[in-house]
Design a protein around this ligand. Structure first.
Ligand SMILES: Cc1ncc(COP(=O)(O)O)c(C=O)c1O
Length: 291
């Protein structure tokens, strides 16, 4: 049997590798602390589960949910975002539900890259960022994250030949796996750089709420420690941000997130997704609204 070349780079999977390592360690009777996958060991809140349960008993939730999800979900997202980050959001054109942020990061390159185009990715970074670029036939330019640079990429080091064919940059702060956070000034720099080079700026933002002050307590104002890219691009000229309910609300298994940002990018991602999926179950969206 012959398979497509794009399968080659997908053969290694860090999560499968870690699973094997865990099985091996457990078989040897070792007591391990599992840091391999950021899956919460707490349950989703009761009111979230109750909203989903109520939906399950409502047959009107059982059908397909086409286009861009429910208006109630988009409005809840837009309201929450503008309240928290001070950026007005149009629920009709600037919000799209996702089946987790992983799904959004994997599908988005299909909407942006032509074969051979470069995506500028954080190195190290989350596997779906590279996986999506492979699926789209793009090339990856890894931007090294070094401790001496506070684990932030140095844009000036990207070669001009790469920039000439670069179409997207993917950031992720608070960052997995270094846990680095990026100040608003960094996002402002990234927006200016991407605008200058006609590059789409994607911010994967699953850890928006997992930020601690140096003394280990939750900070009074999360946005100053973990800003949204939209604070740096309030008119949403080039940016799109991906959020998930997996981490903040212990809902990893429910597979629910959203994209928010530039209306053209949201529309393009919706067009790609329309080929592949019919969106999340309405009851899960109701759970997310409750969250
Ligand atoms: C940076 C990053 N992006 C995306 C994801 C996937 O999140 P989701 O559950 O929304 O697919 C994770 C999960 O660990 C992550 O760390």
């Amino acid at each position: 049997m012959q398979f497509a070349q794009r399968l080659q780079p997908l053969q290694a999977n860090v999560f499968a590798d870690m699973d094997q390592a865990k099985v091996k360690a457990k078989a040897l009777g070792q007591d391990i602390i599992d840091l391999s996958l950021g899956s919460s060991d707490l349950s989703a809140s009761d009111h979230v589960v109750a909203a989903i349960e109520t939906s399950l008993h409502d047959p009107s939730t059982h059908g397909y949910l086409l286009f861009h999800g429910t208006q109630a979900f988009r409005q809840a997202v837009a309201k929450g975002y503008s309240q928290r980050f001070g950026v007005p959001v149009d629920p009709e054109t600037e919000v799209l539900p996702l089946i987790g942020s992983q799904e959004g990061t994997a599908h988005l390159p299909l909407a942006i890259l032509n074969p051979g185009d470069f995506a500028l990715l954080l190195d190290p970074g989350y596997p779906s960022h590279a996986g999506g670029v492979y699926l789209a036939g793009g090339q990856i330019y890894p931007m090294p994250l070094l401790a001496e640079n506070q684990f932030l990429p140095v844009f000036e080091e990207i070669p001009a030949s790469v920039l000439a064919q670069a179409r997207m940059m993917v950031l992720n702060y608070p960052h997995n796996p270094t846990s680095a956070i990026a100040p608003l000034s960094f996002f402002q720099k990234a927006v200016a750089f991407c605008r200058q080079h006609d590059v789409v700026l994607v911010h994967d933002f699953p850890y928006a709420d997992l930020v601690f002050s140096p003394d280990g307590t939750a900070p009074a104002n999360l946005n100053t420690l973990a800003p949204s890219v939209l604070q740096a691009d309030p008119h949403k000229e080039i940016s799109i941000e991906l959020f998930t309910f997996s981490k903040s609300y212990n809902m990893g298994g429910f597979r629910i997130g959203y994209a928010i940002g530039n209306a053209q990018l949201i529309k393009a991602l919706r067009q790609i997704k329309a080929v592949v999926d019919f969106n999340q179950y309405r009851g899960i969206l109701n759970g997310a609204i409750a969250a």
